[in-house]
Design a binder for this molecule. Structure first.
Ligand SMILES: Cc1cc2nc3c(=O)[nH]c(=O)nc-3n(C[C@H](O)[C@H](O)[C@H](O)COP(=O)(O)OP(=O)(O)OC[C@H]3O[C@@H](n4cnc5c(N)ncnc54)[C@H](O)[C@@H]3O)c2cc1C
Length: 416
């Protein structure tokens, strides 16, 4: 019997074991590991600071999503010994494998920016990329009345690169709704030259920030935070004072990846971007945010790529060439406040364009345009996530990006 170990029972790992268990059946011993026993629906973290979701809306017991016949091991991964094909846990347990899938995602690392974890952490400096951070921020926002609010991205790549923009739009709507917009100065500080990584979407999203009178501080690479003066300071010595800082700390892959010699400088596992097979080891794949593929780190990418990965995995272990080629397909709803949102759809080569999704003309979702349907799509996604995506059930959306229903120039090829 062959042994497969999947590291991380997050979005990608859970979908992968469900799909692989169905394909491989009882011929394989499949084990999935995680350091805690509750699955977190991370897109829901966006809504917690504004009281729209409660913590209980975004977590469920992991065991519920693991199919019968797949073993769940609770424990912290300490190291992978790829030469010995063995996973070591912090409590000393050792698990051998024939094939390994790394799906340990990426995590916020406030410890990597001097001053971030000082006196003001969770007083006037918050993150919303963790359940604790989003919950603490909800308490502070509920009593916030006036001042300088800075939404800040430390460096790219981060998971869900639109989430800080969504937070900014929601914060703007929140201050208007609570009658304090004229007493709140909003700034969006980003290391990028504009609002987003891709030019057409960046122009759209940038003009939405302008319309809402949100100041954008672009190319802002933070060097440190002066805790006492409550000021962000960049390498080029610009300063941004704040009363409330909502930051997305540097995102990094898990530390055991560095300890195991399996990662790049941010602990992401180098893989072939089309097959997701490790560049260094023929029996290791990396899926979801844990890999270094050059597309957004997003649940949608995890979903589309796992569809391709499962077919490839079965071919690879059967000694056949892998025929699936992941194209970097990502799509993300962008909540924009006042019951509206946008949708963006793109891949390695094509940037987000206007149009309709998934059905040309009919939609129901509008690409790069604010609609109520997109907002309802974003809210409905939580149900879809728990009941369809995580259990690995099929949905009628192709893994490859389609150009049907899209308009406008695709200039990505000209630029690359
Ligand atoms: C605020 C926010 C909003 C988002 N919104 C969207 C959105 O609207 N749309 C979208 O598509 N995506 C969104 N995302 C991104 C999406 O949630 C992630 O891209 C997705 O969850 C990645 O899945 P993954 O399986 O790669 O990693 P994860 O789901 O993060 O899972 C990794 C797992 O590995 C485990 N792990 C890590 N290290 C160890 C260790 N040493 N030992 C044991 N276990 C370990 C963790 O406990 C975790 O369970 C959002 C993310 C955030 C934070």
């Amino acid at each position: 019997m062959k042994r497969l170990i999947v590291l991380g029972e997050g979005t990608a790992g859970t979908m992968a074991v469900n799909k692989l268990h169905r394909k491989l059946g009882s011929r394989w011993q499949i084990t999935i590991l995680d350091q805690n026993d509750r699955h977190l629906y991370q897109p829901g973290l966006l809504f917690i600071p504004f009281g729209i979701y409660q913590p209980s809306d975004v977590t469920k017991p992991r065991q519920r999503f693991i199919p019968d016949g797949v073993e769940f091991v609770l424990g912290e991964i300490e190291q992978v010994d790829a030469d010995a094909s063995e996973v070591r846990l912090a409590d000393g347990r050792r698990l051998g494998y024939d094939y390994l899938v790394i799906a340990t995602g990426t995590a916020p690392r406030p410890d990597q920016t001097p001053g971030m974890l000082g006196q003001q952490w969770r007083r006037s400096i918050f993150d919303f990329y963790s359940l604790d951070g989003a919950t603490a921020l909800a308490r502070t926002l509920a009593s916030f009345e006036a001042g300088r609010v800075v939404v800040h991205v430390t460096d790219m790549p981060i998971k869900c690169p639109v989430a800080p923009l969504e937070f900014t739009f929601l914060a703007e709507a929140y201050t208007r709704r609570r009658g304090m917009r004229d007493r709140v100065e909003l700034t969006y500080a980003t290391p990028l030259p504009g609002a987003f990584t891709k030019p057409i979407a960046s122009a759209h999203l940038g003009s939405m920030l302008d319309d809402r009178k949100i100041h954008v501080e672009s190319d802002f690479m933070v060097e440190r935070i002066d805790d006492e003066a409550k000021t962000l300071i960049s390498y080029d010595e610009r300063e941004i004072p704040f009363d409330l800082l909502v930051t997305v700390p540097l995102n990094m892959g898990a530390e055991f990846i560095a300890r195991s010699g399996l990662g790049d400088e941010l602990n992401y596992v180098p893989v072939d971007k089309h097959t997701l097979l490790s560049k260094a080891h023929d029996n290791i794949f990396a899926i979801g945010d844990a890999s270094n593929i050059p597309t957004s780190k997003a649940g949608s990418v995890a979903h589309f790529s796992v569809d391709v990965f499962t077919g490839n995995f079965c071919q690879h272990v059967g000694g056949q060439p892998m025929t699936g080629r992941f194209d970097g397909h990502a799509n993300c709803f962008v909540e924009s406040g006042d019951g509206k949102g946008l949708l963006i759809d793109f891949n390695y080569d094509r940037e987000p364009l206007t149009g309709s999704y998934p059905v040309p003309i009919v939609g129901p979702f509008g690409l790069l345009r604010e609609t109520a349907a997109n907002h309802w799509g974003k809210l409905a996604f939580r149900w879809l996530y728990w009941h369809v995506l995580l259990p690995g059930r099929p949905i009628p959306l192709p893994a490859r990006m389609s150009m049907a229903g899209k308009h406008g120039p695709d200039r990505s090829k000209e630029r690359s």
